[in-house]
Design a protein around this ligand. Structure first.
Ligand SMILES: NC(=O)c1ccc[n+]([C@@H]2O[C@H](COP(=O)([O-])OP(=O)(O)OC[C@H]3O[C@@H](n4cnc5c(N)ncnc54)[C@H](OP(=O)(O)O)[C@@H]3O)[C@@H](O)[C@H]2O)c1
Length: 325
């Protein structure tokens, strides 16, 4: 197998392509020939060393591919099945080990690229819009980085649930994409006061919920964009970590709610994973959810993929494609 590993944490240049023996699936595991790999922002933090992981380690958690062999007790799967998972044990590779419990069959009509592109980010948008803050028709929502991977899914799902959607993005191209995905209004948050613009767009009341994945640079004004008793769903920190926070601020700004959710707590059981994933893949299959793969890189160009994602050059999903030749 060829796998991207991190021997020392640091910049994109620490990502090395290593030749390793093919692994064998243990109990409850599958070995898959990877067809498409999803790149996610968290892998930038892991590569940089923000989360301590014993080195050397393989990066990546999201991939779609074809089952090559099945470990003992990995019920419900057979060689040849096309599957996807967001809990791969190192997905930046051409053949990967996945726990069967966190793996889902990809239906006909959904490509492996689409499956890898929608798995983690589509599930995230699903739990944020249906469970963290269940959007009801007529509600108003603010979505930051609306042309990003999670952002484009959030726009579509919020619109589908009947919301008035306000998005933010840094470039005209990104604002057009998010608008096409369902955002009613777009704000250039790099040049405009987005809290003032949000208040203006909501008749001076503010939105019911802010989905904020940007963190450090948006957090304070996101709170200012909320209506009384609104919900701040801080689910990422693409611009950096939010500094320590005084809960009294929630009181002063209108009895606000603040949550810092993470995907694994919303796909905590296999039943919950299947319920969410089957709905998301069903929408892709029926054309109700569009999947934008903004950029594809060969596995060996993984450093370029990380550079592009970290420097705000990407829209939609970033995929890595292994070369099985
Ligand atoms: N909690 C969870 O369950 C969960 C699950 C999935 C992802 N996440 C988090 O959600 C966030 C979005 O993930 P994603 O993969 O979909 O990425 P993404 O949104 O496609 O990419 C990040 C975007 O954030 C915006 N951004 C603003 N300031 C930035 C800065 N200083 N540096 C880099 N980007 C900046 C950029 O959009 P503009 O150019 O428009 O500003 C950029 O394109 C990440 O923080 C990720 O860790 C959380």
């Amino acid at each position: 197998m060829r796998a991207i590993r991190v021997h020392e944490t640091g910049g994109p240049e620490v990502l090395t392509l290593d030749e390793l023996p093919d692994p064998s699936p243990g109990p409850g595991e599958l070995l898959i020939d990877v067809e498409a790999i999803g790149v996610n922002f968290i892998e930038i933090y892991q590569r940089e060393g923000a989360y301590p992981i014993p080195r050397p380690f393989m990066l990546g958690a999201e991939a779609a591919g074809v089952v090559r062999s099945v470990g003992t007790n990995a019920r419900g799967f057979k060689p040849g099945d096309r599957v996807v998972s967001q809990r791969v044990k190192g997905s930046y590779t051409d053949c990967a080990i996945v726990p069967a419990e966190f793996t889902v069959q990809v239906p006909d009509g959904v490509t492996s690229k689409q499956a890898a592109a929608v798995c983690l980010q589509g599930l995230t948008a699903h739990y944020l819009t249906t469970s963290t803050f269940p959007i009801a028709p007529g509600m108003t929502v603010l979505i930051h980085a609306a042309a990003g991977g999670v952002g484009l899914f959030l726009c579509q799902m919020a619109k589908k649930r009947g919301a008035f959607v306000i998005g933010t993005a840094s470039t005209e191209e990104k604002r057009k994409l998010a608008h096409a995905a369902g955002s009613d209004e777009m704000i250039d948050y790099t040049n405009e006061d987005f809290a003032a613009a949000t208040k203006r767009l909501t008749g001076n009341t503010g939105v019911h919920v802010v989905y904020d994945s940007v963190g450090k640079t948006t957090f304070d004004k996101s709170l200012d964009s909320l209506r009384r008793r609104g919900m701040m769903a801080l689910f990422g920190q693409s611009s950096g970590a939010v500094p320590p926070f005084d809960p009294q601020i929630l009181n002063r700004k209108g009895s606000l709610f603040l949550t810092r959710p993470t995907l694994n707590d919303y796909v905590a059981t296999r039943d919950e994973l299947l319920a969410r994933m089957n709905e998301v893949l069903g929408w892709v299959r029926s054309g109700q959810l569009s999947v934008r793969v903004g950029t594809e890189f060969p596995l060996s160009k993984v450093a370029d993929a990380h550079r592009a994602l970290a420097s705000r050059q990407t829209t939609g999903k970033v995929l890595l494609i292994p070369d099985h030749g």
